[in-house]
Design a protein around this ligand. Structure first.
Ligand code: ADP
Ligand code: ADP
Length: 231
């Protein structure tokens, strides 16, 4: 069983007068541990696809199975719980909580489930992401690259099997972006996580073994990348 199965997914925006087929009958399967980059021009439907996969946006039709679970057969509340337990999100804007320090931001998803974070695991994440000496800093005291590393830690701390990243390096310079992706890969390998990452930076596709190109809401290209540097 594949970790992610997308079947005939469609998302139509608008009403009868103006209709946009943002996602137009996409079917795609992703195996556990795969790192897939999703490319395509602005407006091609990448974010809409990712948001439908992540349970953040109801598709017009089609199905999304995560670990064999049809997430749109769940009601809103069940889906929220399933999402929290199984999916980690990373966005272009880091979306950190300004009042919380690095460590508090990272453990926030665990607290949401009324659980106590394991100190060892928090240290492990901070260590991998190079943030051990920053644990008590506020987001405003960090560089962009450091803030995104905190966001990665927050996405990984609950050990979700699927990481969805929408332009995670969009606000970073090229070198910092590459460093962040390398850390994301290193951290995700620890738990054999699956990553689906949208990027505008074609250089970053070098890190993945599979590249999907979206054109006008359809999968135009789905290729293996043998020149990869990552996993
Ligand atoms: P990408 O992520 O590739 O830039 P999007 O998924 O954001 O593409 O957008 C795909 C298409 O859907 C675009 O034509 C965009 O204008 C349209 N779109 C996105 N979000 C909305 C929305 N909330 N309402 C109406 N149209 C939207
Ligand atoms: P980067 O190497 O990611 O481009 P910067 O050049 O922005 O980082 O920042 C260099 C150092 O200065 C970083 O270690 C960062 O923690 C620190 N720093 C950046 N912005 C601030 C700030 N507003 N307040 C305190 N420290 C900051």
């Amino acid at each position: 069983m594949d970790i992610l199965e997308v079947k005939n997914l469609c998302k139509v925006y608008g009403n009868n007068e103006i209709k946009i087929n943002a996602v137009d009958n996409i079917s795609v399967n992703v195996k556990k541990g795969e790192f897939v980059t999703v490319i395509g021009e602005s407006g091609s439907g990448k974010s809409t696809l990712l948001n439908c996969i992540g349970g953040l946006l109801n598709p017009t039709s089609g199905e999304v199975y995560i670990k064999g679970k049809n997430i749109y057969s769940l009601d809103e509340e069940e889906r929220t719980i399933f999402r929290r337990q199984n999916i980690g999100f990373i966005f272009q804007s880091f979306n950190l909580i300004a009042e919380l320090n690095v460590e508090q931001n990272i453990i926030f998803p665990i607290l949401l489930d009324y659980k106590k974070p394991e100190e060892k695991e928090v240290d492990e994440i901070l260590n991998i992401l190079g943030l051990l000496d920053r644990r008590h800093h506020l987001p405003s005291q960090l560089s962009g690259g450091q803030q995104q590393r905190v966001a990665i830690g927050r996405a990984l701390i609950t050990k979700p099997m699927l990481i969805l990243a929408d332009e995670p390096t969009g606000n970073l310079d090229t070198k910092t972006g590459e460093e962040v992706i390398e850390l994301l890969l290193k951290a995700s390998e620890l738990y054999n996580q699956t990553i689906l990452m949208i990027t505008h930076n074609l250089k970053l596709t070098n890190y993945s073994k599979r590249i999907i190109k979206i054109v006008d809401g359809k999968v135009k290209v789905d290729v293996k990348n043998n020149n990869n540097r990552g996993n």
